[in-house]
Write a protein that binds this ligand. Structure first.
Ligand code: PHE
Length: 372
């Protein structure tokens, strides 16, 4: 080798090194920014973006800036698959954050798995999501836990006769109903009616008339906020006065305004309460308000946690190599999240506390926290 070329070669190598250091890290996000579940995507996106902005303001990760590339799946069947395909093939993202709704995560997960691109769902609670494969993670609890929490709660209230109202279009709803029933009936409860509806329905009077005729102590309604609010309203108009019970899918911007008091006295399980007095939570609430002029909800907090866990894993992996990044995410331990301390188990799920909220005078009130 010509020694006179050495300094020039060294210079090139240095240049290449710093170019790699400068290169942005592309992270893909798929979310329902529009359509029936727009609240899920808009709120999770706000939390995720806030985390990315804060990381970049602090110098990025491994000296590289993060770029969040967001695709809207429009709350529509099939669109999550298209979004994930595009993010992987065209944008060449190193990891994926999404989705909130389980059915949407279940569309994206097999594509991420096939391409060995790590995916972290912030909020999908159906067990099947992470069962897709070893590249799929979540930072929230799962529905066997959530269903048990609400079944125990119903029994603790002395509610032994429950009617079910399930959204057959959502894996989340069907699964959560199943897990609730399993614990509830094994512990002395009876299901006195089992009624179904589909996402997007507007008229629930036939189902509610049947539910009312069964005189349940309470109605378990594991649905999403849009339909839940309409169901609450129509139930009261029909004279069905039993309390409703639900899960995290109740969380959505329009729930309280549309329900207009009709869900007072109801209870549902969730991931996060902005009333949590932990300083880290109160500080997040302040930063979120300053940026968006609104209150963060569960999806915002979970979105934030998912992005922070990914960034921490990239740091520990020393880069974005997909197998190393997968291993680093899998090794996540005692991450101090806004939604609790997050340790990922061998099934790539997080075992965390749930909060039970009630609705009183048209506002959420913290009821209790339930540890796994
Ligand atoms: N857990 C719900 C699902 O799996 C999504 C959700 C999470 C909705 C948090 C609201 C708040 O579909």
């Amino acid at each position: 080798m010509n020694l006179r070329l050495l300094p020039a070669l060294l210079g090139l190598a240095l240049l290449a090194g710093s170019a790699a250091a400068q290169e942005v890290i592309k992270i893909g996000e798929f979310a329902s920014l529009t359509g029936g579940n727009a609240s899920f995507g808009q709120e999770s996106h706000k939390g995720t973006q806030l985390a990315i902005d804060e990381l970049n303001a602090a110098g990025g990760v491994l000296g590289r800036k993060l770029q969040l590339i967001t695709e809207d799946d429009q709350s529509a069947a099939g669109q999550a698959a298209t979004a994930v395909q595009k993010l992987i093939a065209q944008d060449k993202v190193v990891a994926l954050l999404g989705e909130v709704a389980s059915s949407k995560s279940l569309e994206g997960a097999p594509i991420a798995q096939r391409n060995k691109i790590p995916m972290i769902s912030p909020a999908s609670t159906n067990p099947k999501v992470t069962e897709t494969g070893d590249y799929i993670f979540r930072v929230c609890f799962i529905d066997p836990f959530q269903g048990t929490v609400m079944a125990k709660f119903a029994l603790s209230k002395g509610w032994k006769k429950i009617a079910l109202l399930t959204d057959v279009k959502q894996d989340y709803s069907v699964g959560l109903a199943e897990f609730f029933v399993k614990y509830f009936t094994a512990n002395g409860g009876t299901i006195v009616r089992d009624q179904k509806y589909s996402s997007g329905d507007k008229d629930f009077r036939a189902q509610l008339t049947s539910v009312k005729a069964a005189s349940p102590d309470a109605v378990f309604l594991p649905g999403y906020y849009g339909e839940v609010a309409l169901i609450g309203k129509q139930a009261r108009l029909l004279g069905l006065t039993a309390p409703f019970l639900g899960g995290d899918g109740w969380v959505g911007e329009s729930l309280l305004p549309v329900a207009a008091g009709s869900l007072d006295g109801s209870f549902f399980s969730a991931h996060f309460s902005p009333d949590d007095t932990r300083p880290a939570v109160q500080d997040f609430v302040r930063r979120f308000r300053a940026k968006y002029k609104s209150e963060p909800d569960d999806m915002a907090a979970l979105g934030y946690d998912s992005a922070m866990i990914l960034a921490d894993a990239i740091k520990r992996a020393g880069g974005t190599d997909s197998a190393k990044l997968r291993d680093a995410i899998a090794a996540t331990k005692n991450h101090p999240g806004l939604t609790g301390v997050i340790t990922l188990d061998a099934q790539r799920n997080a075992a965390k506390s749930a909060v039970i909220l009630t609705i009183r005078n048209g506002a959420y009130k913290f009821q209790e926290s339930v540890a796994p």
